[in-house]
Design a protein around this ligand. Structure first.
Ligand code: ZN
Length: 262
């Protein structure tokens, strides 16, 4: 990027106060990947910024880039969609913030990934329109991992490459979150750490990966999917990132207090 003024569409990933009157922001932009910036005087200039710099909002971002600074200077922001439907309910809002935090954690400044921007925007919109929050989180995880080339395969053994045609040990495949794929019979006995995965859940995950985001609402998973895919994706993502996510632990806490949450 050359020094100068730019305009792009962006989703706000994070937003926090800095000093007396400024705000530090993280964006997932349509044209420039992840961008970090500072909105000087944002807390004083209510006219320019108020209500437009909240996480999980979609905005038209006007900024100035200078290669000498790690942060771009945010000159203006015009709200495109505040996704107000997400903000009245703590559980739904936390789920939306999880999508945002996950996107931020898996992307780096400088990588232009318009598909990631579109994916995040679509899923915030699905959630805003009353989609099932937890299921949307799972679908989003699969789509994001797939876009970034991290989605595990479910055909060959990740350890030795052999085709895994039938489940190992009763009804279940064995999935290694550390290696990121299925294990064959031989690799399971050699002591690989693995979690159980039914053929149905493996097929369902593949279907989610293949299907366009706007068609995903047609998929209705059974209880087994939630039971198996949840822990599998959670562990896999944690290992990939090398750390947990704040919003994910908050969602887990809310679920432990109220098992009916989400
Ligand atoms: Zn193997």
């Amino acid at each position: 990027m050359k020094r100068g003024h730019y305009v792009t569409e962006a989703i706000i990933l994070e937003s926090f106060d800095f000093g007396e009157s400024d705000r530090i922001l993280g964006f997932c932009t349509r044209d420039f990947g992840k961008v970090k910036g500072i909105a000087k005087g944002a807390r004083r200039s209510r006219k320019r910024f108020v209500g437009r710099l909240e996480p999980a909002s979609s905005i038209k971002l006007f900024f100035h880039y200078n290669e000498k600074s790690e942060l771009v200077r945010v000159d203006d922001a015009a709200l495109i969609n505040g996704f107000d439907g997400l903000r009245g309910d703590m559980e739904i809002f936390t789920a939306a913030c999880y999508l945002v935090e996950l996107t931020g954690a898996f992307t780096r400044p400088g990588d232009s990934q318009p598909e990631v921007f579109s994916l995040l925007k679509s899923f915030l919109s699905f959630m805003d329109n009353g989609g099932e929050a937890l299921l949307l989180c799972r679908f989003f995880e699969v789509k994001l991992l797939s876009l970034l080339g991290y989605m595990p395969g479910f055909d060959d053994c990740v350890s030795c490459g052999e085709v895994v045609s039938s489940p190992v040990g009763g009804e279940l495949f064995r999935f290694s979150p550390i290696k990121g794929g299925l294990l064959c019979r031989g690799c399971v006995v050699t002591g690989e750490k693995a979690v159980g995965l039914s053929a149905g859940t493996a097929r369902f995950l593949q279907a989610v990966e293949r299907m366009g985001p706007d068609k995903l609402h047609r998929l209705r998973p059974g209880a087994l999917f939630t039971e198996e895919a949840g822990p599998l994706l959670d562990t896999f993502i944690k290992i990939r990132l090398g750390h947990g996510l704040k919003t994910k632990s908050f969602m887990e806490q809310m679920q432990s207090i109220n098992p009916g949450a989400y």
